[in-house]
Design a protein around this ligand. Structure first.
Ligand SMILES: Cc1cc2nc3c(=O)[nH]c(=O)nc-3n(C[C@H](O)[C@H](O)[C@H](O)COP(=O)(O)OP(=O)(O)OC[C@H]3O[C@@H](n4cnc5c(N)ncnc54)[C@H](O)[C@@H]3O)c2cc1C
Length: 418
């Protein structure tokens, strides 16, 4: 048996050796849209980067782990978003898409343009009016005022009430495939020498000069700094000394199947954000027909509904994905989509479950929480378009680089920590 003084010396030596050599300089926890972008930016300047996060589950209904916001074939991207801050971040991200595609060899971007349909009389989720932003910012667009029906020549399949104005934002607005964008970010990160570890992280322990990360399977990794980018799951694990001001929220969307012929007929249809005046569903967004993995074409439409709930634990989020009430408003989604695209022949309608992460400020959190741990989360339902820029900003914090934006850094603080 070892003497207790001997044990103490050995423990001290183990700790000293561990702190001298860490496995990585930076570990990014969460291989989602924010994390994959951050890891690529970190890996541009540092060889010792790892991303730890599980791959997409094969069957959501039976999966016993975490989920994500990006498990889909389409996310909509535009400059005239929810605020000037988001517009700037979106513009920076979109400006990189072609270079990302080229370097990775993976295509994910279709700049098909965007229609923003809104009415000043309906309260919407935007921080700022897209109409004012269109007037003030140097973003190419065409505005059709209330009552002006001339937009129908360019967009004959759509139907909207005359009470709404319409902005057409051309390319670079359009759509991305989030799964493919993630693969592109990962491919470049790997080209740069970063390592992807497909595991779930259970806890982060901060020591004086390194962080120790424990995975669910019991493996340990060390790094000088850690960036947590696990979206809705940030408060579900032992990552930080306190809960962060983030709220998970359930999100429902539908896939409306159309035939290949119908998909071809609708070629060139832009993406859509529609602030609808409807008794049940709000804040509609829609992606034109896209071929999904089953070989069929679907129009995707999402919206906020009265059934959206705010789960507060891993078990509650798992419950939503396993058996949540995503069909509650299926008939309303169908009714509205048929009204928006009255000449389209739909074959079927199916509801899907997703999860988003909200912040009180409606801006994402990009912040340092402790000496060695950082966080970025809070896409507020529209983080895909800004993900590349958010990853860049988060990486710059870890690398102690100057803040690259004119936008004040404190907009992205985890304010309840101050
Ligand atoms: C239905 C729907 C439609 C949307 N439409 C749009 C849109 O049109 N335009 C737009 O810009 N945005 C859209 N969004 C929002 C956008 O998808 C999200 O803002 C974005 O994906 C957030 O990225 P993230 O990296 O923060 O989180 P996620 O994409 O959720 O990634 C988090 C990652 O963390 C991993 N993880 C979780 N826990 C752990 C753990 N303990 N250890 C390791 N890894 C972990 C997960 O596996 C996941 O890969 C939509 C979201 C939904 C749900």
């Amino acid at each position: 048996m070892r003497h207790s003084a001997e044990n103490a010396i050995l423990a001290f030596l183990e700790q000293t050796v561990e702190s001298m050599t860490t496995d990585f300089e930076f570990i990014v926890i969460g291989n989602g849209l924010f994390g994959s972008a951050a890891a690529r930016y970190l890996g541009k300047q540092c060889q010792a980067v790892a991303i730890i996060g599980p791959a997409e589950p094969e069957n959501e209904r039976t999966h016993d782990g975490v989920f994500a916001s990006h498990y889909d074939e389409r996310r909509l991207v535009r400059v005239l978003g929810h605020s000037r801050v988001r517009s700037k971040l979106g513009q920076m991200s979109m400006g990189n898409y072609r270079a990302l595609e080229k370097q990775s060899g993976i295509t994910f971007y279709e700049p098909v343009g965007y229609l923003i349909v809104n009415s000043e009389t309906i309260e919407d989720n935007n921080l700022e009016s897209p109409l004012e932003m269109a007037r003030d910012l140097d973003v190419p667009h065409t505005l059709y005022k209330e009552g002006d029906r001339s937009w129908q020549k360019q967009h004959p399949h759509f139907s909207f009430p005359t009470t709404h104005w319409i902005i057409h934002e051309p390319a670079p607005a359009g759509m991305i495939n989030p799964r493919a964008m993630l693969s592109a970010q990962n491919a470049i990160a790997e080209q740069q020498g970063s390592i992807i570890i497909p595991e779930l992280v259970a806890r982060v322990e901060e020591k004086s000069d390194f962080v120790k990360i424990e995975t669910q399977s019991g493996k340990h990794y060390t790094a000088r700094k850690v960036l947590v980018t696990v979206g809705a799951f940030t408060n579900c694990f032992e990552f930080f000394p306190k809960k962060l001001p983030l709220q998970a929220e359930t999100e429902t969307f539908i896939l409306a199947q159309v035939s290949t012929g119908e998909a071809n007929r609708l070629k060139g249809l832009p993406a859509l954000a529609y602030t609808i005046n409807d008794p049940v569903i709000r804040d509609i967004y829609m992606a034109p027909p896209v071929r999904y993995a089953d070989g069929n074409f679907y129009i995707k439409m999402g919206a906020n509904t009265p059934s959206d709930v705010q789960p507060n634990s891993l078990a509650e989020i798992q419950d939503w994905f396993h058996k949540g009430e995503s069909d509650s408003h299926l008939a309303d989604f169908e009714r509205v989509l048929r009204k928006i695209l009255p000449d389209v022949d739909f074959l079927s309608f199916e509801s899907k479950r997703c999860i988003i992460t909200r912040t009180a400020t409606k801006y994402p959190i990009i912040d340092q929480i402790t000496a060695r741990s950082f966080v970025t989360s809070g896409g507020n339902g529209s983080g895909a378009v800004t993900a590349d820029s958010i990853g860049r900003l988060a990486a710059s914090l870890l690398m102690k680089e100057p803040w690259i934006l004119q936008i004040p850094r404190n907009l992205f603080h985890a304010t309840e920590y101050d």
